[in-house]
Design a protein around this ligand. Sequence first.
Ligand code: ATP
Length: 786
Amino acid sequence: MPMKSAAKTASIAGSNMLVAVRLRPLSAKEKALGETSVCEVINGNIVAITKRKAAGAVLKSEMGSVNEYQFDEAFDERVSQEAVYARTAKRLIPSVLEGFNVTVFAYGATGSGKTHTMMGSERQDAAREAALQGGEASAICGIIPLTLIDIFAGLGVKRAQASLPNEQWKLFVSYLEVYNEKVRDLFAPDSYNLPVQEDPKSGIVGVGRLSSKPAKNADEVMALLRFGNANRRTHATDANATSSRSHAVLQLLMRQEWSNSKGKAVVRESRVNLIDLAGSERAGKTNNRGIRLQEGANINRSLLALANCINALSQGSSRKNAKYRDSKLTHLLKSSLSGACKLIIIANINPSHDMFEDSHNTLKYANRAKCMKIDPKVVRLREQAVAWPAREKAIRMQNEAKVAENDVLKEQVRALQDMLNGNCPVLPQGGRGVLEKMAGGQKMEVADDSAVPTRKQVPASPTHSCPGDRKQAFRKRRTQSSSALESRSKPARGSYARKSEPNPHLNIISEDRSITGAPEFGFEEAAPEEEGIKLPYIRKTSEKNLMDISDVSDGSAHEALLAAGFDQDAPVVDRVGMLEDRMMDMAQSRKNMMEYITGLQRQAAEAESRGQRERERAEKAEAMVKEQNEMLTRLRAEMELASDNAAQASSDRDEVMARTGMDFADLIGDGAPSPIESLEVNGMGGGKVQRKARGASSLESKTPPRRSISPSEGNGARPMGGGRKIVQVKAEANRREAFGPVDDNKGRAAAGAAGKGRAAKAAAEGGENDDMFSLQGHAFAMQASG
Ligand SMILES: Nc1ncnc2c1ncn2[C@@H]1O[C@H](COP(=O)(O)OP(=O)(O)OP(=O)(O)O)[C@@H](O)[C@H]1O
C-alpha cells in the first residue's frame, strides 16, 4: 500500500492558535455493519488517513494511499473528554482571566462527535457534579461545562486576590443559534433573525438585541445552557440520532472593573465563544428530504463560507479577501478568525471507511487552518478609562431629561384623562383627521400645548351627546364634598398603577372597599357573589362610556381600543391598565400632533414673512413705475407745449411782419438786442435756440421766447401768476430800451388786439395758458409798434 509520510505538515501559528483533531470511536451500529477505522493517531499529533484500494482498481486515483497530517494535538478514540479539554481549552483559561478573547469551535461532518466534544453526553450533568465535588473528571463532560467550571474557579481566585480599588469581576452569558441563516436568541425562543453587527471601533462582531444573563457560578450557566439547548434545533437523521441542525454559540463575557489612581473607572472585558457547529453532510448519504434537506444545504453553505475564509486567512497575501459576510456564521466569527481572539479549532472525525471523503476533507481543512495568522497585539482588549465625574454628569443629565419628558407625558396623560372624563373635547380619530386637514393645507387655530382647550372651542358632534356634561356636574359636587373620600382612596396597586398624582379615575380602583363612586361614574359596590374580590369593580357600561367619550364623532376610538385587544371580561386591574395604555397612546399621538402643528405654524410664519417682504418689494416697484409715468406725462406735456410755442411764435411773427410790412431784420435793427435775447438775459427765456437768433437767418432761429412750464403744469395745474407779471414788466423795459419811447396807446392797442386774438384762440382750444399767450402777443405788438 503506497504511503505518503508526514507530507502535509505545517508550522503551528504560535501559541495564540491551536488546531486539534479528534477521532471518535466507531459506534456499535457501525461495528455491526462491519465498518473499520481508516484513521490513526501517531505520536499524539499526527493523523494518518488511509484510502483503501477500490475493488478492481485500474486508475492511479483508485489505488490505495495514506496521507498524514500534523497538528498541535491529535486525539484518538480512547482519549477522554477531560484529556481533550486539558490539552485544548484549558490552556487558554489563564488568557481569558488576563483579558484575552478566546474562541473554541468544533468542526466536522455530521455525526463526527462535535456536540459530544463541546457539550458532552446526556449524562454530563452527573459527570459535572462529580467533577465539582472533586471527584475524577468524567469522560462524558464536554469542553463547555469543564471550561465553565475552570472559569468560575479562576474568577473565585481573582476575586479573592482582588487588590485594586473597587475591583469587581462579573460574568454574563448569551446563547444563540444560527439556523437557516437566521440568528435566534436561545434564551428568548421567540426571537427571530437578530442582526449581526460590527462595532466599527473595536471591530468586535456582536448580535443586536441578544439577551445577556449575569451568572454567579457554573451551575447557573449550566441551567441557562439546558434552557437554551431545549430551544436549539436538533433532529434525528440517518447519520445522527440527535443531529444539530444549527450552529450554537455560547458567549461568556467576563468583565473586570476597578478604579485607577485618578479615580477613573477602568473596565477590561474578555469574551469566550464556545461554538458547536452543525456538521457538513452529503444529501445522498443522509437521505434527507424537505426541511432537513434545506437545513443541510444551509449548513453546508455556511461551512463552505467558513472554509473559504480560512483559506483566505491562511494565505497571508489574501487575508483581506476573506469574505466574512458570505454567511451569518462567518460574519459572527469574524473577530475570532481575523485575529482579535485566541483560537482553538477541534476537527472531529468519524474514522469509519464509509466517511472517508468527509474525514479527509476535514483533515485538509484543519491543516489549512493551521496556517492562519493570529496577531497577538490586537487580541487583547484595550482598557477603557472612563472619567466617573463626566460619566456621572452625563447620566444625571440623561436622567433629568427623562424626568422632564416624563413630566410632560404625565401632564398630557392627565389632560387626556380629563378628556375622558368629559372636561374638554377630544380630537376625533386621535387627531388623525386634524393632521390630514393640516396636511391638506387647511389652517386651524391651535391652542398652546400647555393650554387645555375649552369645550366651546370644538363644536360637539350633532350625533353624539357627550357624557362629560353629566360627569362635570358630578365632579363639581364631588370637589365640594369629597375631600374625605379622596383622602381615603389609594392608587391602584396593579401593574398599571404608575401615576404618582392622585387620579380621579384611578382612585376608585382601590383596595378600600368603603369607597363608593356615584352612579354617574359607573362604580358600585362589589356584587355579593364577588365577596372574595377585594377591589371594587368598574361596570363594563361605564368603561364603554369612557371609551365613548373619546369617540367624539365616529366611534373610532372605541373600535381602536377593542381592536387593540381590550378585553371587557378581563380583571378590573387589567382593564384599567388597558385604558391607561390607551391614554398613553393618545398622549403620544397628541404630542406628535402638537409637534406637527407647531412645525406647520412655523412654516406658515416663515411663508408669511416671506410674503410680506415680497409685498413690500412689489409696492416699491409700483411706486417707481408711477413716478416714471408721471415724469413721462410731464415730459410729453412739455414737448407739446414747446411745439405749440414754436408754432405760435412763428405765426405771430408772420402776423406782425404782414401787418407792418417789415421783414425780421428790419424789426431787429443793427446791434439792437432782440426782445427774445432780452428776455433770455433777464432769465425768462432759455436755451441755445434763442441765442442763435442774433446772427441766424433761418426762421427757426428767430423763434420768439418760449413759455416756461412749471413742474405742475403737466398735471394740469395752472402756472404761477407772479411769473407772468415779471415777464410783462421785463418785456416792457426791454422794449423801451430797444426801440425808444413809443406811442403807448398805439402799441397797446395793437398788442391788445393781438393779445385778444391769442386769448380767444387759447380759450377756443381750452388751453389754460391764455394769459401767457396774451403777454406774448402784447410783447410782439409792442415790438411791432416800436
Ligand atoms: N469521543 C466519543 N466517545 C464516545 N461517543 C462519542 C464520541 N464522539 C461522539 N460520540 C457519539 O457519537 C454520536 C454522534 O455524536 P455527536 O452528536 O456529537 O455528533 P455531531 O458531530 O455533533 O453531529 P451533528 O453534526 O449531526 O450534530 C453521539 O451518540 C455521541 O455520543
